[in-house]
Design a protein. Sequence first.
Length: 257
Amino acid sequence: MSITQDIQEVLVAMFPRQHIGNLLRHYNGAIRAYHESDWEECVAKSGKFVEAALKMLCISSGNTLPPARQFGVEGVINTLQNTAAGSCHDSIRITIPRACRFLYDIASNRGARHDPTEVNPNKMDASVAVPIMSWILAEIIRIAGSSADPDEAAVLVETVIERKYPYLEAIDDQLFINIRGLYPREIALLLLNAFSPKRTKRADLVKLIQDHGCSKNAAQIAVTKIKNMVAENENGLVLRGLGRQEADAILSRVYED
């Protein structure tokens, strides 16, 4: 099973399956956006993650969710904090909602407050959002683990709180794919996917693949192997739909691992 499935099996002992699915979908989406350096999407997904987390906590605490149109993060947080002590875990009543409030404030209000003359805050916000989301998820796993398998929960907590790094790293005029164990052909696809929809000169792509420790011959062969997945003209190469699909499949495989 994938890590996501393992987490679902632990959480279902205490939380409603529907909201578990939403929680993990938004978490994985945010982490993926962070890995791909899509800071704005990462922060947006973190807001959805908070909403899913609070719905889970509200139901598990014995409270009733308001109708969808009346749902509000602050209202649910207040409901949880007003829940009688001892009726559910203190982290469900107090600690996690506090973390959710801080994270949701970043996710929902930054756009309104941001001055376009300032440094864009999206990367900074994403770098804060990811560890907070990971802590919230890890704490939920820890609580549910007491009703499921504590040893398995401990392993999952360690996995979730492990520090995350962007998969794309730009240094001067170089672009690196920070994923171990990729074949040169896969590196080529992910590089072109990162540059899409802009074209990349064949010689430049070969050099970028070499920067990942591949020989020039291996890099040239890699570019040849993806010829049916790119469109090439005098301005360079750009991924076709097939190439984008395969690049997406490579990244999806990484997330499942």
